[in-house]
Ligand binder design. Structure first.
Ligand SMILES: [Zn+2]
Length: 193
């Protein structure tokens, strides 16, 4: 999930896979983010039965890709072409955040409980030119598996709840535009150059 940032759309249209240097000198991989129309975005991701070193590396790359994209607060594995049930999310410091768990890395997430929905504008790295008014629960309880293979239950609200639901949608092959009430709820992303 991404917030609506004026600079984001321009950065996202570069669509490049590239290597960068992390602040500690390590090489880090910034993954290419697939856009709407790519089949992987519209199919349900497979469950991860066992977390392998490949999954840890994928999680690390997703985290680096998320943090390297201004305005982005989450990304799911299908968005980089991997149809496996994994997402990363970090809404720390965002003005719409209330409860905050910091960096969340979750495999095979599922929603255990969700409150009545509210409608809020949101965007997505895979839909770079549009934002939409999307109805989602403002409080959720979700369960998944963390990087250590331990079960994790997350109870949250506000922006973090919306982020969780947005990312879980990606794992079910849904984009935010599949949840809007109609074309009137879609908006061109503003560009300031
Ligand atoms: Zn998204």
């Amino acid at each position: 999930m991404s917030s609506v940032s004026p600079v984001q759309s321009d950065l996202l249209t570069q669509k490049s896979f590239r290597f960068d240097k992390a602040s500690d000198g390590r090489d880090m991989a910034i993954l290419k983010v697939l856009e709407i129309g790519n089949e992987v975005l519209s199919i349900a991701a497979g469950r991860v039965e066992r977390i392998t070193p490949r999954h840890r590396k994928l999680a690390e790359n997703l985290i680096e890709t998320m943090y390297s994209t201004p305005g982005s607060v989450g990304i799911a594995a299908p968005q980089v072409g991997v149809s496996e049930s994994l997402f990363v999310l970090d809404v720390s410091g965002h003005k719409k955040t209330n409860i905050c768990h910091g960096l969340i890395v979750l495999f095979n997430p599922e929603i255990l409980a969700a409150s009545e929905p509210t409608i809020i504008r949101e965007g997505c790295m895979s839909v770079p030119h549009l934002t939409g008014d999307v109805r989602r629960a403002s409080q959720v309880v979700a369960r998944g598996i963390d990087l250590n293979g331990e079960e994790r239950i997350i109870q949250t609200d506000a922006f973090e709840a919306r982020g969780l639901l947005h990312e879980i949608d990606h794992l079910e092959g849904k984009l935010f535009i599949d949840r809007i009430d109609g074309p009137h709820a879609l908006f061109k992303r503003k560009r300031y150059m």
